[in-house]
Design a protein around this ligand. Structure first.
Ligand code: ADP
Ligand code: MG
Length: 282
């Protein structure tokens, strides 16, 4: 079923001199098994929006449905919602604190009051999902690389077996190798576990090749909600709101403007390579 958001508004500090209308009349739907990118420049409302999706922040007005049920209805089990919709915060490695990797991942399922066997088997399963084998279990999380630490943090959320996984800027501060490591891992979760994924980023380049759909935020509003190809067609408007389309979009449009009959629907380097080879072989 998935998540449905209707006319959601959120105002920080309502009634004070510091009111901040962070979300403005947001409507959106995320279906089971989708891989969605949530994009917008800093301060556009991305983090605020995702914290609504697992009930950490309550909307000022509007409604949110998870699997068809309004989460704002009296008696709704918010704690259960938080385990169904797993949220990996930005810089999650700041929240690693146990002595070893395995204990850290066990922390979440431990709070779900499961048996010791169940806690351990879920934690093992989660570590396998992020590609960390037993040789990591007894290592201190603090001795790992940036990308590895982040994978431990993601495993901590996966161990609670969420249906939806939301990651807030999971590549922030990582080098290109760490970034690819994380994104490839997330893509694998989507493909192999059929997990619904919401990936927050301020970089189109990062997510263009991974997601099925992109939601673009600007000043608290949702301004685009479409496939990457459709969204990148608006590359000039995106630039005006501080977001660049992937570089290859510019290359393709420049070639087109110079009279080369290239398909401007291209959004990845691989597609551009194939299209250029096709044109050259003509
Ligand atoms: P993003 O994640 O896209 O960078 P945020 O959701 O963090 O954006 O912020 C959206 C807006 O809400 C910004 O104007 C920001 O300054 C404001 N904001 C975020 N957190 C708070 C807070 N705790 N108190 C007041 N204003 C906040
Ligand atoms: Mg943010």
């Amino acid at each position: 079923m998935g998540i449905k958001v209707e006319h959601l508004n959120y105002i920080y500090g309502q009634g004070t001199a510091f009111e901040q209308h962070a979300l403005k009349d947001i409507d959106l739907e995320i279906k089971d098994g989708e891989f969605v990118g949530l994009i917008g420049h800093t301060g556009s409302g991305k983090s605020t929006l995702i914290q609504h999706l697992n009930g950490l922040i309550r909307g000022t007005s509007g409604a949110i449905y998870f699997n068809g049920k309004n989460i704002y209805e009296a008696g709704y089990n918010m704690q259960a919602l938080r385990s169904h919709v797993g949220l990996v915060f930005q810089y999650p490695e700041h929240q690693l604190f146990e002595v070893d990797v395995f204990s850290d991942v066990c922390f979440g399922p431990k709070n779900q009051k499961l048996s010791k066997e169940e806690i351990e088997s879920r934690s093992r399963e989660a570590l396998t999902m992020v590609g960390l084998d037993e040789s990591y279990y007894k290592r201190s999380p603090f001795d790992l690389s940036g990308g590895q630490k982040r994978r431990v943090a993601i495993a901590g959320v996966l161990a609670m077996r969420p249906e939806v996984l939301i990651l807030d800027e999971p590549t922030a501060g990582l080098d290109p190798k760490g970034r690819d490591e994380i994104l490839d891992q997330i893509e694998r979760l989507h493909k192999e576990q059929k997990m619904t994924i919401i990936l927050v980023s301020h970089s189109m380049e990062d997510i263009a090749r991974y997601v099925d759909r992109i939601l673009v935020m600007n000043h608290g509003e949702k301004v685009y909600d479409d496939t990457p190809k459709e969204v990148f067609m608006h590359y000039k408007e995106l630039e005006a709101i501080g977001l660049a389309a992937p570089q290859i979009t510019y290359v393709v449009h420049t070639l087109k403007e110079r009279g080369i009959p290239i398909d401007t629907n291209i959004t990845t380097i691989e597609e551009a390579r194939d299209e250029i080879l096709r044109l050259l072989s003509k």
